[in-house]
Design a protein around this ligand. Structure first.
Ligand code: B12
Length: 211
């Protein structure tokens, strides 16, 4: 019931209500993971379906996205609570032409939770910028996010730019986002793919330990 209230407030883009309802659940002892998946992501999933069906438009989605981010901010300290020893450095960003950042921000948060130092380049990041940041910060992993079938092709350019700069295999490239699959990862020559933020962080730890 209360998870539904979070989902509904998110769909209506009521950031203040989302924050209060998320806090209420946490105060009641519900886990951050449960609130994230059962409330916030469930609500955004419905927004996504309505968006696809032309029942809601970009402005409504944008307001819902802001409400989701407000809710995630409340969960942030809980999601990254188990941070341990520094694991390495990750450079993360959403690829060129793509402005979706909610998933990227979640991946960033989970990586921080695993003890990674995360350099966030934001959205609409050109391949050369990923590579320059990896060199500057001596990163172990570059993480690219894409939510559009028209921008996911940029990942191939990030791999090519990293190869041209000669930073691989020292720097690994991880990719993800709704349209990405394991097969796509292989086809562009990236090192790893993961379907969600929690498994992305686990995969990153595996990559570091295997290096
Ligand atoms: C919110 C949203 C927007 C917001 C974005 C706000 C923001 N700050 O991010 C706004 C309104 C700006 C927007 C704009 C557009 N959007 Co939009 N949007 C969405 C929506 C509804 C939700 C995306 C989201 O945040 N999901 C929640 C997060 C948590 O999930 P996620 O991003 O998938 O991330 C998870 C995993 O994928 C993974 N992950 C993500 N990144 C990474 C990275 C790595 C390295 C790894 C390992 C894992 C990983 O972990 C995350 C957490 O578990 C989706 C629909 C959907 N169901 O996905 C459409 C959707 C992505 N958008 C779509 C479209 C078409 C657009 C526009 C072109 C619309 C337009 N006509 O203008 C523009 C493009 C703007 C641009 N240049 O980027 C389409 C894409 C279709 C396609 N296949 O290409 C979708 C699928 C909607 C649809 N069904 O039609 N959008």
């Amino acid at each position: 019931m209360s998870m539904e209230a979070i989902s509904e407030a998110l769909q209506k883009g009521k950031a203040k209500d989302v924050k209060a309802l998320v806090q209420e659940q946490i105060d009641n002892g519900v886990s951050a993971k449960e609130v994230l998946e059962g409330g916030l992501m469930a609500g955004m999933d419905i927004v996504g379906r309505k968006f696809k069906a032309n029942e809601v438009y970009v402005p409504e989605v944008l307001i819902a996205a802001r409400a989701m981010s407000a809710g995630i901010e409340i969960l942030r300290p809980l999601l990254i609570r188990d941070a341990v020893d520094p694991k390495g450095t990750v450079v993360i960003g959403t690829v060129k032409g793509d402005l979706h950042d909610i998933g990227k921000n979640l991946v960033k948060m989970m990586m921080e939770g695993k003890g990674f130092n995360v350099i966030d380049l934001g959205t609409d990041v050109a391949p050369e910028k990923f590579v320059a940041a990896a060199q500057e910060h001596k990163a172990n992993i570059i993480c690219c996010s894409a939510l559009l079938t028209t921008t996911m092709t940029e990942m191939k350019n990030v791999v090519a730019a990293a190869d041209a700069a000669g930073i691989r295999p020292g720097v690994k490239i991880m990719i993800g986002g709704a349209p990405i699959t394991e097969e796509y990862c292989k086809s562009v020559g990236a090192d790893a793919y993961s379907p969600d933020a929690a498994s992305a962080a686990e995969k990153a730890v595996e990559l570091i330990e295997a290096a």
